[in-house]
Write a protein that binds this ligand. Structure first.
Ligand code: PBG
Ligand code: ZN
Length: 305
């Protein structure tokens, strides 16, 4: 009588890719590491054997600057990794890339700053170049997490102009501001150095606002809609399902993951079972796919059997 299932094809495994070779564990995210090119390819190969067919790449660049020039450098670590992965695994692997400036700006905001504010349109122009660079490297899907207005239309137009009509866009349609992304910001070294992200990420008190923005993303050409943080927003996953026909992806974010890991270490809860129950509830709410740091572990430990 089970109504909901969780299968390997529903899982998207995030990767933090760095220029230095080797593997550096992220303290606040047990089981997750930043990896260099060789280690990334090796890990993806192992993940593919488990049945994990989709990866989402986050860049951890060495170079940061006010205008985030390195974000669209064709020799940057993300394009290099994309090309290596597509060369090694071809269409057996779906390669998605994060598109956002926060790891590339010296101040850590998701866009460029002018007069103390994040400048929307100037940021969108750079983000479109970043998306194009990933497409040229061979990405299957670009995933903008920056939350600027109008970026989906700009990326779609820029990629189409250059002949990349077949590259999809996974839009972070509903993304709330708040404390849920703390461990991630350690991993990607992208915490803002001043202020917060409230001027571009959404207020967690608002639901209709997010749905409205999601409808705009659909008009602008998004192919998949993201809700984030996922567990915190099961209501919005459900409501988005009712207003859109597009596939919905939820993001089981870093704090949702790390909180379970911490509780498990303390012996206060059953981490394995809880993690599985979290993923199942994301599916039950209407997620067609889930970005989760627990993907590899779920398959390694046989939770899906
Ligand atoms: C960057 C980005 C963030 C996450 C995904 N892309 C952090 C942020 O917006 O501050 C969070 C993911 C997580 O916490 O697991 N824009
Ligand atoms: Zn960002």
């Amino acid at each position: 009588m089970a109504e909901t299932d969780l299968r390997p094809r529903h899982l998207i495994q995030p990767y933090f890719v760095q220029t230095a070779e080797g593997s550096n564990p992220i303290e606040a995210m047990p089981g997750i590491a930043r990896t260099g090119l060789t280690a990334t390819v090796k890990q993806v190969e192992a993940d593919l054997k488990l049945g994990l067919k989709s990866v989402l790449l986050f860049g951890v660049p060495d170079e940061k600057s006010p205008l985030a020039e390195y974000s669209h450098d064709p020799h940057g670590i993300v394009p290099l990794t994309v090309t290596a992965l597509k060369k090694a695994f071809g269409n057996d692997l779906i390669v998605m890339t994060d598109v956002c400036l926060c790891a590339y700006t010296d101040h850590g905001h998701c866009g460029v700053v002018q007069d103390g504010y994040v400048a929307n349109d100037e940021s969108v122009a750079i983000l479109a170049e970043m998306a194009l660079t990933h497409a040229q490297a061979g990405a299957d899907i670009v995933a903008p997490s920056d939350m600027m207005d109008g970026r989906i239309a700009a990326m779609r137009a820029r990629m189409d102009d250059e002949g990349f009509q077949n590259v999809g866009i996974l839009s972070y349609a509903i993304k709330h501001n708040g404390a849920y992304y703390g461990p991630f910001r350690e991993a990607a070294d992208c915490a803002p150095k001043f202020g917060d992200r409230r001027s571009y990420q959404m207020d967690p008190r608002n639901a209709r606002e997010g749905l409205k923005d999601a409808l705009l993303d659909i008009e602008e050409g998004a192919d998949i809609l993201m809700v984030k943080p996922g567990l915190h927003n099961l209501d919005l996953i459900w409501r988005l399902r009712e207003v859109s026909l597009l596939p919905i992806c939820s993001y089981h974010v870093s704090s949702e993951y790390s909180a379970v890991k911490a509780g498990d270490r303390l012996g206060w809860l059953n981490g394995d079972q809880l993690m599985y129950e979290q993923l199942i509830s994301l599916r039950r709410a209407g997620s067609d796919m889930i970005v989760t740091y627990a993907g590899r572990e779920a398959l390694n430990k046989g939770w899906l059997k």
